[in-house]
Design a protein around this ligand. Structure first.
Ligand SMILES: [Zn+2]
Ligand SMILES: [Zn+2]
Length: 301
């Protein structure tokens, strides 16, 4: 209901008074208005469009509830690769509205009560219009809770531990029900979403459920074949057989040593790319032996 400031107090405006003003305002902002056909229909149409134009105006029931649903909250959580791959109990700090511990959402000071509104007899309505005395709530807060100013909620920084399951990915969101913002009037809390931000790793890179790394192998080991040890992302020591005659950039696949499937059995693979190291600065003796090797193979110029 619109109110007009006039000397002596607010004046309630009838629909007949408001309608031409709303119509004029809508015309000024080029909102498509229905043509006049029959008064009743036009008013109904204009009212419907007006409501849509002004945005969501939910149907309200009186008396109004002071408690409104709270908003969801989102928190970005940076995790190292081993934490996203193998899971972690991650400590987080969240700053949200929480239920006021003093009044626990009752809004009034301990020992007092909400006062019934005599003007509207607790209905929130006077002659079909919102009660001005209690603003439609059907009661008034005579003595608001001093801790929350009668809002039923306060801001609080909390420490939580979030159970991050193995196999989560960058950009995934974990929902913690009812850990978001408590609503106005101590309304039900929204949800808290933890958004995973995976940090790059020095040694391993990730491609969905597969992991990739490089392994340096001396040229003689690549030629003759050998067994080398490799430390995996979870610091296990793996023995890997390098086949004789392995070419530079050969990829070896270690099945099941990748990222565990999220909330499922199995895991991706680990791909090891061989980096064959050619020695520089050979001694004269070593150069002679390599030349001899080349002569033997018949490839030297
Ligand atoms: Zn309070
Ligand atoms: Zn009232």
């Amino acid at each position: 209901m619109l109110q007009e400031g006039v000397p002596g107090g607010p004046e309630l405006l009838s629909f007949a008074t408001i309608y031409p003003r709303v119509r004029q305002h809508l015309a000024e902002v080029n909102f498509p208005l229905p043509q006049q056909r029959g008064t009743g229909t036009v008013e109904h149409l204009a009212l419907t469009r007006n409501r849509a134009y002004l945005g969501a105006v939910p149907d309200v029931t009186y008396p109004l509830s002071r408690a409104q649903p709270g908003a969801d909250a989102i928190l970005r959580l940076e995790l190292d690769l081993p934490e996203t791959v193998y899971g972690v109990d991650a400590p987080v700090t969240v700053d949200t509205a929480v239920l006021c511990p003093t009044c626990e959402g009752a809004l009034h000071a301990p020992g007092s009560t909400l006062q019934a509104c005599g003007t509207c007899r607790n209905t929130g309505l006077v002659n079909g219009n919102q009660c001005l005395e209690c603003r439609g709530f059907g009661n008034t807060i005579f003595q608001p809770c001093a801790n929350c100013d009668g809002d039923g909620r306060i801001r609080l920084t909390r420490a939580l531990t979030v159970d991050i399951p193995a196999g989560v990915e960058d950009g995934m969101r974990i929902r913690l029900a009812r850990q978001g913002e408590v609503g106005p009037g101590g309304g039900t809390a929204g949800d808290l979403y933890i958004e995973i931000a995976e940090l790059p790793h020095d040694v391993f890179s990730r491609d969905n459920n597969d992991l990739h790394c490089q392994l340096s192998v001396d040229v003689t080991d690549a030629i003759l074949g050998c067994v080398v040890s490799l430390h995996t992302l979870d610091k296990q020591k793996l023995s890997i057989r390098i086949p004789a005659g392995s070419q530079p950039a050969t990829r070896l696949r270690l099945r099941g040593y990748g990222v565990p499937h999220l909330r499922a059995d199995g895991a991706g693979d680990l791909y090891v790319r061989l980096n064959v190291v050619i020695p520089a600065n050979l001694s004269p003796e070593q150069q002679r032996m390599i030349r001899q090797f080349a002569d033997n193979r018949g490839t030297t110029p």
